[in-house]
Design a protein around this ligand. Structure first.
Ligand code: NAD
Length: 317
């Protein structure tokens, strides 16, 4: 069986499958997922060599962590064979990046995940907090957690790309091991590319999430809560319709586009069914063996050109 390519994540020593399993759908945030479907999805992902799983206490108000923990436990996965990340600071009832809250948070997450440690603990969506608090209080608290062994590495996540330089420019080298960016390396928005040389110079590993732009680049479209403008939603819908007319699938070409940049260690896709796992792994393997459908990519890029790199406001800065 062909296996997924693995790529190094900064200086962590991890070799992540180029396709990572985003577990937010397991918190039912894109529609209900049965425990059986969740288990079958995780089992199939592991069988195909996906070794990276990402969750957060925020996803489905802790449901995603609990469901992922149950699946990994039930499948008896050898701990050293997987890389698990979770987050802290963002909860269903709001944000709290205080040292006290994040220190409590990791214990709560480990209990739900049924794990002794996570591989990466991210500060979740830091643009909603004071970035100076992140630098002066949260990251030092996470470093203490790292010293206890409850988390092996530290990450920061969020939408606006400036947050990463703000924090990395103000923290000593090695304080932040990885960043998780989302919705900035897809066909419609590839703004992350400009930040890659900087991140490399800092020795920071790069995880990029949401290659399907949180549902914009799918046949059935985004969930109701999706924050994109109507203009962007319409353009993506037109691009999806165009692919469908040609008997092709927008999600496949979108995922392949994101996977092409090898400076990015892994592309996190939210998956909620074995069918989606199968399709995404097939797309990743197809990219390695056959390459991307250049003609289709060009056509989709042309449709999305008027909205290229259009994003939406996020945070309080
Ligand atoms: P995504 O772009 O991966 O889209 C997910 C949606 O697409 C879901 O509805 C999923 O069921 C569907 N999907 C997956 N494969 C498909 C296929 N082959 N065909 C059609 N539809 C398909 O967005 P996402 O789930 O938001 O992002 C991926 C993961 O990245 C998340 O689960 C989460 O773990 C992480 N993430 C983190 C942050 C953050 O830290 N701030 C933000 C966004 C995402």
């Amino acid at each position: 069986m062909a296996t997924l390519e693995r790529r190094e994540l900064g200086n962590t020593g991890f070799k992540l499958s180029c396709l990572g399993f985003g577990a937010s759908p397991l918190g039912n945030v894109f529609g209900d997922v049965s425990p059986a479907d969740a288990l079958a999805s995780v089992r199939l992902a592991l069988r195909y060599g996906i070794n990276f799983f990402d969750t957060s206490p925020y996803y489905g108000d802790t449901v995603s962590e609990t469901v992922l923990g149950n699946c990994l436990h039930e499948l008896n996965v050898p701990r050293e064979e997987i890389v698990v990340s979770t987050k802290c600071g963002r909860y269903i009832d709001g944000f709290d990046f205080s040292a006290e809250r994040v220190t409590r948070s990791i214990d709560e997450s480990l209990a739900r995940l049924k794990l002794d440690y996570v591989d990466i603990l991210h500060c979740h969506d830091i643009e909603f907090g004071s970035l100076d608090q992140i630098v002066n209080e949260t990251i030092p608290a996470l470093q203490k957690i790292r010293e206890t062994g409850k988390a092996r590495f530290i990450g920061i996540t969020g939408l606006p790309l400036e947050i990463f330089t703000y924090v990395l420019d103000r923290t000593p080298p090695g304080s932040v091991d990885v960043i998780l960016s989302y919705c900035h390396y897809s066909i419609n928005d590839s703004a992350l590319i400009d930040l890659l040389p900087y991140l490399k110079s800092k020795g920071v590993g790069v995880i990029s999430a949401s290659p399907l732009a949180m549902g914009l680049l799918t046949d059935y479209g985004p969930p109701e809560w999706h924050p994109a403008s109507l203009e962007l939603k319409d353009a993506c819908r037109d691009a999806a319709a165009h692919c469908k007319e040609k008997g092709k699938n927008i999600s496949k070409v979108a995922l392949q586009y994101s996977l092409m940049n090898k400076e990015i260690a892994t592309i996190l896709v939210g998956m909620n069914s074995p069918k989606q796992v199968e399709e995404n792994v097939t797309a990743a393997l197809g990219l390695s063996s056959l390459g991307i459908d250049q003609e289709l990519l060009h056509e989709v890029e042309t449709i999305l050109e008027p909205v290229k790199n259009q994003t939406w406001p996020s945070g309080i800065q």
